[in-house]
Ligand binder design. Sequence first.
Ligand code: AMP
Length: 487
Amino acid sequence: MIHDKCGVIGIWNGPDAAHLAYAGLYAIQHRGQESAGIAVSDGDHIRLHKGMGQVVDVFDADTLKHRLIGNYAIGHTRYSTSGGSHEENAQPLHAHLAVGEVAIAHNGQITNAGSLQQELEERGAIFQTSADTEVVFHLMATHAQQSFLDRLTHAVGRIQGAFSLVMLHKDQLIGVRDPDGFRPLCLGRKEDAYVLASETCALDLMGAKYIREVEPGEIVIISRNGVVSHRVGERKEGHFCVFELIYFSRPDSLFQGRSILNIRRALGRKLAEEAPAPDAEVVINAPDSSNAAALGYADASGIPYELGMIRNHYIGRTFIEPAQSIRDWRARIKYNPVRSAIEGRSIVLVDDSIVRGTTSRRLIRMLRDAGARAIHLRISSPIFAHPCFYGIDTPDYDQLIGHRLGNEERIREYLETDSLNYMSHEGLKEVMKETAGLNSYCDACFTGNYTVPIEDARPMRSMHSALKPSSIVGQPPGAGGAEEWRA
Ligand code: AMP
């Protein structure tokens, strides 16, 4: 089964729903660049267009104007985990059920999808994709003789894990959030239209006003009767994904009305308090996800912030390597240090996280080549040592440098920095409480504390085998394996 980290959009009663969805998808492109899709309903039929690549590659004016006709739409951007990069898994998914056509788009990961699939196949279901989301259709289909809402409630009651879903059924737009509320989903309004989106930055681009979050364990059905709310399962407080706030969401989005930029900046300030770098002369960011944390570090330390590293935004998914070997070509095409800001100086490099360690190692090498006198790496989150099973695409245990090397000193040696410090768990907790208003959250990637059980002991068909922690092996992370680059 394939699981994705993704972004979703929904429009109800928008005169130009496909165009609005398209705008919304642009704003959440960072949540997935592998495939994109929009499904539109005219109240009767659903039309679907999806494909591999970014939003700009998948849609053209003709498709949006002449093919995707209707006032109700959902959209999806997808970032697949390893091995799942196939068109069949692009979303939204579409099916004909006894209650009519339905389309669905999903952000998250259904942790019991493997056993549900087996059960459903034994009862005769034929799966068309390897996306975990497809189990929702089969669960709805087999709950025969029931209304759409009963089928949906039944399906949502059986799936576990992380899911923010948007669905289309006739002239209804549906939003669902799992009882833990791992992944975000917010509701907004634009004149007579309602919109759903993974992040509020999409509401901004669509010209919609933020109303509220879809609550953990809530189904909202948006129709001529307005927004009607239903509950699925007990709402469990405090499992929102803290990594959304540290890295994944856009800093111009709001989390429960609070600025994610401010949250990241506060993390940077806390980091400067916890882990000063007394001899440093300049703070630089690892572009672009850590810009806010680097600003915060500079604010609190009094060390000036510099744009020391520039990122090239025009790199496609694949590029042709020059025949003549260029040292660190893969890093150089994406990042370039600004020599005048770096040469001869002692630098604090702030990043939000280290996953495989590949990016940091390369950035550090480039900073040395550009003449840095000393490099102090500061990370605005604790050691990332456990894979995410709730919708963030992370590698297996054996590729996580935090798991392989285990402690700051060993990671520092591998990265060849003069010093390395991560944010403490207490520091993170304090900032989340004070700046994000979050008293508890899911931090399984830092602690291994998985609040929802992960698949019933059966290996899933094609998901990465992340469940077995492997011992530390000699080969450095990234060596010989596929290179992963941050989006
Ligand atoms: P690496 O250590 O080479 O795997 O890359 C870590 C960098 O990628 C950090 O600077 C993060 O900002 C970013 N990053 C963190 N988590 C992810 C993720 N799940 N997917 C892609 N990039 C990520």
